[in-house]
Design a protein around this ligand. Sequence first.
Ligand SMILES: [Mg+2]
Length: 120
Amino acid sequence: MKEILERILKFRDERGWKKFHKPKELAASIAIEVGELLEVFQWLSEEEVKKLLEENEGFRERLREEIADILIYTLILAHETGIEPREAILRKIEVNRRKYPVNEYYGVARMDLLEGRKVE
Ligand SMILES: [Mg+2]
């Protein structure tokens, strides 16, 4: 993670782009890249996505690039705001572990839709 961040920052700083990387601008950039990620899947059925992932390297490359864009901007945002990504992820996993106990949430994505129902 550290080596990757160093390479990202070197790339950025060689181009004099640090001045553009304010937290709000980086958050907006992440949202824009998430939009581009959604565009990759736009109008495709689950079956079509599965087939493209298996057979179409161009599709996989588009997906790879958008995932990379999101991760790159996210790592820069974390760096610029003094958030350590590994620690942030581990802390959030722990928060989620407590918030969603396995015995209540196993296999359930929308608990709000099941209010009042007992989950087996
Ligand atoms: Mg992109």
